[in-house]
Ligand binder design. Structure first.
Ligand code: C2E
Ligand code: CA
Ligand code: CA
Length: 408
């Protein structure tokens, strides 16, 4: 691909800058330019294959969703393109954003300081090179449509994977998080970032969640019957909580499978809780909590209203987002956010799960800092239920041999 064929997304709250950058790029022969004056619109553009960019020019200082939060969303969506950060004078923001971008291996072409000059802009754009691996996966990565997904749900093509959560002090396995995948008849194993947003947008999320729930609960029952008293966590979308029927579904499925509510965890992503009318979700969550189901605030640290949610909803568990866990031992900024999340959760009497524990150094860091539970590829990748017992035996060996010594 030539530079002139690049699809470029500009994200800046200043519409004058948007116009200016667009003009400068067009003068250089670039044709496919999309401009957004806020992060939410930009994320929408990314869902559309026509406007999904190869390169994003991102302003850091924006009201509502700032550039750092936007980068977090890019990571969640496994963004395959490159990034240029555009900033006024806030060096601290720039540094933090740069670290996040690097930690997640998004290729960054550089910074543009405002005011942006045409020379600098072109110099940076010309640094763009296609990475064979990434461009191939971006070509094969598609967001599936509603009809395909509906059929997948009807044909029971969704498969639950389970990722263990373990106690950091003892290595005990306390539970698993259910992560759905789609075993596509021709395309292979498809990850949730390629179909959850479709489900939410096209009213399929309740069907999807019902299927995930019923498979997870019957698996929990099997584990309990085999003597593994695992807590099973499910990811709940905000749209699931928009209806009062959701709690009946959860309660009935728990009863059918003989599960006690304490062994079921509902993980809710905080940024999803910010909808215009939060009353129904609040009511649903509070009633489930009254019945002793466990509530977990997911991806903590990535949204804006984390504190408000902690105030309004009686969560039992807080999951520190993987962006603030992996390599927090090596990075002051990540460490500060990690520490603050941990101590806030403790003060509120919540249990803390650190997500994204990816290596031994992360694991030792959790042990040093007194985090309750860990989850991540270092412990176990998400696995099929059929592989659980085999993994458990291996895990117990690792725990006995090396994971509880205090070598750092
Ligand atoms: P999440 O709830 O934050 O789930 C954790 C994600 O991090 C999973 O990605 C998991 O595979 C990945 N992960 C775990 N350990 C590591 C690690 O050490 N390093 C790295 N880099 N990644 C790690 P996955 O399975 O692709 O799921 C992505 C997201 O999709 C989930 O994020 C969750 O928000 C959503 N999701 C998954 N299943 C469901 C579901 O049944 N319903 C709904 N509504 N959302 C779901
Ligand atoms: Ca989760
Ligand atoms: Ca999470």
């Amino acid at each position: 691909m030539e530079v002139a064929d690049l699809k470029i997304l500009l994200v800046d709250d200043d519409t004058f800058i948007l116009k200016l950058l667009t003009k400068m790029l067009m003068n250089q022969g670039l044709k496919y330019i999309t401009a957004c004056d806020n992060g939410a619109d930009a994320l929408d553009k990314m869902n559309d294959p026509v406007t999904c960019p190869d390169l994003i020019l991102l302003d850091l200082n924006m009201p509502n969703m700032d550039g750092i939060e936007f980068v977090r969303y890019l990571v969640e969506r496994h963004y395959q393109g490159s990034l240029v950060l555009v900033s006024g004078e806030d060096e601290r923001m720039l540094k933090t954003a740069e670290k996040l971008v690097h930690a997640h291996k998004i290729p960054m072409l550089g910074y543009l300081h405002k005011p942006v000059t045409p020379d600098k802009l072109i110099e940076i754009i010309n640094k763009w090179t296609p990475s064979p691996e990434r461009s191939q996966s971006s070509a094969t990565k598609r967001i599936y449509g509603a009809d395909d997904l509906q059929q997948a749900i009807t044909n029971l093509e969704l498969v639950n994977y389970y990722q263990p959560k373990v106690a950091v002090k003892t290595g005990d396995v306390i539970g698993v998080e259910t992560l759905v995948r789609w075993q596509h008849p021709t395309d292979g194993l498809i990850f949730p970032d390629q179909f959850i947003s479709t489900a939410e947008k096209h009213g399929l999320i309740n069907d999807l969640t019902s299927l995930v729930l019923s498979q997870a609960f019957s698996q929990a029952r099997i584990w309990h019957e085999q003597g593994y008293l695992l807590r099973v966590a499910i990811n709940v979308s905000m749209d699931n909580l928009a209806s009062l029927n959701f709690q009946d579904l959860v309660v009935n499925l728990a009863i059918e499978n003989g599960l006690s509510p304490q062994n079921i965890v509902l993980e809710v992503t905080e940024s999803q809780l910010m909808g215009p009318d939060a009353r129904v979700p609040l009511e649903v969550l509070t009633r489930l909590r009254l019945k002793r189901f466990h509530l977990s605030i997911d991806d903590f640290g990535t949204g804006h209203s984390s504190m408000a949610q902690l105030r309004d909803i009686p969560f039992d568990e807080l999951k520190i987002d993987q962006g603030f866990v992996h390599r927090a031992w090596a990075d002051e900024t990540l460490r500060a956010i990690y520490d603050a999340s941990l101590s806030m959760a403790k003060q509120l009497g919540m249990e803390v799960v650190a997500e994204g524990v990816a290596d031994k150094q992360d694991w030792n860091f959790l042990r040093r800092t007194g985090c309750d539970y860990g989850q991540g590829n270092f412990i176990s990748k998400p696995i099929l239920a059929a592989d659980f017992i085999h993994w458990l035996a291996e895990w117990q060996d690792r725990v006995n041999q090396e994971l509880l010594t205090d070598s750092v």
